[in-house]
Structure formats: C-alpha cells, structure tokens
Write a protein that binds this ligand. Structure first.
Ligand SMILES: [Zn+2]
Length: 301
C-alpha cells in the first residue's frame, strides 16, 4: 500500500512538473532581438514572409503629457511594448505613423493631431502595401485612447474589404487584463502615476521628475453635477466622460487645458510613480499579447 501510494504521488508530481515545465516553456521563450521593418532589408522581409504572415503596427500619439513627460510618450509606449512583444514572438513591428488624434490636447504647445478619418486612411493604405507582399495577420498595438475610433475603423475595413485579418492587441485588446489599482487614487487617465511609471521604465532619460506636479482640476458646474449624481446613477458617468477630452470648439469646457492646469489628468501625485510599477504594467500588457500571439500561431499554422 505504502509503495503504491508513493508511486501514485510520484506520477502526480511528474504530471505537475510536466505541466509546469510546458507552461514555463510557453511564457519564457528566449527573448531575442525585436524585428523592426525599417531596420530590415527587403530580402529580410521576403525571407520573413516565408515563415510568418504576422505584423504588429504600433499606434501612439505626439501630444502633451504634462510638464515632465515627452510629447512622444504614447508613441514610445506603443513602440516600446511592441518591440518587447516582437522580441518574444519573432513577429515583425512596422511603425508607420507618429501622430494620432489628439486635438483636444492642443491647448498645450507641441501637440500634433490628425483627424480620425486621416489616421484611418494612412493606416489602411499602409496595410494595403503590406498585404501586397503577403502579410495577412495584422495586430494594432494602440496606446492612446483618442485613437480608439480610428483603430476600430481600420480594423473593420481590413476585415471587410481585404483578404487579411486585423485585431487589436494594445489597450483595445479583447483579452486585456485590468491594471493594478493605485491606493487612494480614483482617476489616473493621462500623464499621471501610470504613464510616468511606464516612462521611468521604458525611457527614463526623457522623464523630468523634478517638474512632475499634481494638477489643479477645473470641472464645469455641469460636470460637477453629473459627477455627484453619478454616485447613485452610475450610467451618468458615460455622459460625464463624453464632456471631457473634447475639442475646445465644442464649448463643453472639456479640452485638456480647460480641465487641467498642467496637462496631467490624475487625482494622484505623479511623484508617486516608480520604475517598478512601470515594469509591472508593461509586463502585464506584453504577457497578454505574447500569449495571444502564440495561441493564434498554433491555431492557424
Ligand atoms: Zn499617454
């Protein structure tokens, strides 16, 4: 009896070890070098297409991110995470555009913006070129909320008018896991603790921490009333959110410089940002996308 229960335990242990080992194998692929289209030759691309038809297109923005983060923050985030995904999956990254839809941030200097239809058109024409060479599986890694509409439209257009398939793997990904909460902070949407942490991890040389400062908020009376009423009627948050992050011309008082004194949208202090938190946020995003890509590769070999 003792002997047989030992052998059962041994078998169970070996099954657990095998499961753990194969699980680790999936998630701990060797991190190679990222493949970036602009750094490849045309023969490299031809040879790559003999082994894969996948491509990642990062979409970011060039827009103000408070007095302490660079205008290119969303681009560096989208590009930085796309490169990490590429290094672990071998999928090529093809950056095509540095600006996004950000006109509601243009009260602060240096912000660039393209209309959603322009952005969609540029992304679609670029995809058409890639389709010509044999790319068939498109993944858009967007890291700017203002681009969500253009991203959805280009994905729909690729899926409905070409042979290729397109999906979102960034903030619009259906498999995206929620970020860790920050204690005592209700809202941290833009250039706050999350984004400062990510940049401290990805591009610390561009972060001017000594300038990071909690903003003064200026919500209109209409916004304040909706906010109060939303405590009992959460559905009203959708109305409140549609008033914020809109161009100054709409006269809703919701442009970035009307709401925030320095361009940061956070109820927390950006000085609480840490490189370690940034690393965890990036790892969460990258792990989700890597897992998705590996499963998709197997599903459609
Ligand atoms: Zn951002």
């Amino acid at each position: 009896m003792v002997k047989s229960s030992h052998s059962i335990e041994k078998r169970i242990l070996s099954i657990i070890l095998m499961a753990l080992f194969s699980g680790c194998f999936i998630f701990a692929q060797k991190e190679g070098k990222p493949l970036v289209l602009q750094e490849m030759t045309w023969t490299d691309v031809r040879d790559y297409l003999k082994t894969s038809d996948m491509v990642i297109i990062p979409i970011g923005a060039t827009e103000q991110h408070g007095p302490h983060l660079p205008l290119g923050t969303d681009y560096y985030e989208a590009m930085g995470m796309s490169k990490k995904i590429s290094a672990r999956t071998g999928v090529v990254v093809a950056p095509v555009i540095l600006a996004g839809y950000s006109v509601y941030h243009s009260g602060f200097h240096g912000t660039l913006s393209l209309k959603p239809e322009t952005l969609e058109q540029v992304l679609f024409e670029t995809a058409e070129m890639l389709i010509k060479y044999g790319f068939r599986r498109f993944m858009f890694f967007n890291y700017h909320g203002g681009n969500r509409v253009a991203e959805s439209k280009v994905i729909h257009r690729i899926n409905h008018t070409t042979e290729a398939v397109a999906v979102a793997i960034g903030i619009g990904a259906p498999f995206k896991r929620s970020e860790e909460k920050i204690e005592g902070v209700l809202d941290d949407q833009h250039a706050g603790i999350y984004e400062t942490s990510i940049m401290l991890y990805l591009k610390p040389e561009l972060v001017k921490m000594e300038r990071a400062k909690k903003p003064e908020f200026n919500l209109t009376p209409r916004m304040r009333e909706l906010y109060m009423l939303s405590e009992e009627n959460p559905g009203l948050m959708a109305v409140l959110n549609s008033l914020k992050g809109v161009p100054v011309e709409t006269k809703k008082g919701g442009a970035s410089h009307e709401i925030s004194s320095n361009g940061i949208w956070s109820s927390g202090d950006p000085k609480r940002a840490t490189k370690e938190r940034g690393e965890r946020i990036v790892k969460n995003m990258v792990d989700g996308a890597v897992k998705f890509i590996e499963v998709w590769k197997k599903a459609e070999k």
